[in-house]
Design a protein around this ligand. Structure first.
Ligand code: NAP
Length: 287
């Protein structure tokens, strides 16, 4: 059991994977959850087990009216929300050129605009209560670009961009924001990823390899969703939570690699007596 007052969580995409694992952990530890899902009937077993500590609501995060309705029902049922987890998401993979424009837009509708709309629907409430914690589930693809993951990564980079700004805007109002960056976790993610109907042979050795790796890894990913859930719980319990939570050894190594490359590039740059314009030219080739 948590030591403080039980909290109310609002979690999107809780039908399976990380969202389901987090919902279970939160309930086990004594808090209450508004678990939203496109098919809330998938949560029936948890509703039976936890009764009125779990409210399962239908929510497709690409439907603005459904977002307003779910938030209204959550507040009617519990009176307040303490933690919002924008978890709902999926991956569109394939070379940048291969992914169709509608598939790109759909990816952003869910991973970027969906999370943004849910956040904005709850923010007036969080601002009024001068407290709250928002966890936005990004990815290691949200801080490094991988071949074959350009569009998915772009959606997570976008999520990270507005989350970072939001964190600074709402900190003075008592609201915290944490960007969660998981590596590869054993969920349905790789099994349901969307890929182009038509691929281009020229990308077989780059994006094609990534697609092959993702499919091979399905079910073999190193990350355990229960451990991810426990780590998210710890962050929410923390009196001074971090802006970023990197989850999994693979994501941590990638994070460190990105920082190292940037640091080395910067030190090379600063050791050279360059005109500022030349420095600007040099940066892209080094980072
Ligand atoms: N697993 C990984 O390796 C990994 C790594 C980095 C980041 N992530 C991120 O972690 C989050 C959770 O993914 P997961 O790994 O748990 O994958 P998952 O097992 O496929 O679960 C994804 C969840 O998102 C829901 N969802 C998708 N589109 C939705 C929409 N429009 N509205 C509402 N719900 C929607 C799915 O609901 P349905 O059941 O209705 O489809 C499902 O509950 C995602 O944001 C993903 O990008 C995962």
């Amino acid at each position: 059991m948590t030591t403080q007052q039980p909290r109310i969580w609002f979690i999107t995409g809780s039908s399976r994977g990380l969202g389901r694992a987090l919902t279970e952990t939160v309930l086990e530890l004594g808090d209450s959850v508004v678990a939203t899902a496109r098919k809330p009937e998938r949560l029936t077993d948890l509703v039976q087990q936890y009764g009125d500590r779990l409210l399962a609501l239908p929510l497709d995060v690409t439907q603005p009216f459904a977002i307003q309705t779910a938030v209204m029902h959550a507040l009617q049922a519990f009176g307040h929300v303490d933690v919002l987890v924008n978890n709902a998401g999926y991956g569109v993979f394939g070379a940048v050129e291969e992914v169709t424009a509608p598939a790109v837009r759909q990816q952003f509708e869910t991973n970027v605009y969906g999370a943004l709309e849910v956040t904005c629907a709850l923010l007036p409430h969080l601002r009024r209560q001068r407290s709250g914690h928002i966890l936005n589930i990004s990815s290691s693809g949200g801080f490094v670009g991988f071949p074959g993951a350009g569009i998915y990564g772009a959606s997570k980079f976008a999520l990270e961009g507005w989350s970072e700004a939001l964190a600074q805007e709402v900190a003075p109002l008592g609201i915290r924001v944490t960007i969660v960056e998981p590596g590869a976790f054993r969920t349905a993610f790789n099994g349901v990823l969307r890929s182009p109907a038509q691929t281009i042979q020229d990308y077989a050795e780059t994006s094609g390899q990534m697609m092959h790796w993702l499919r091979q890894m399905h079910g073999q990913q190193p990350g355990d969703p229960q451990k991810a859930a426990a780590a998210m719980m710890q962050v929410v319990d923390h009196p001074d939570p971090p802006l970023r939570l990197v989850l999994g050894a693979d994501a941590l190594i990638q994070r460190v690699a990105v920082l190292l490359i940037a640091t080395i590039s910067l030190s090379i740059l600063m050791s050279q007596p360059l005109h500022p314009d030349a420095a600007l030219n040099l940066m892209p080739s080094l980072i």
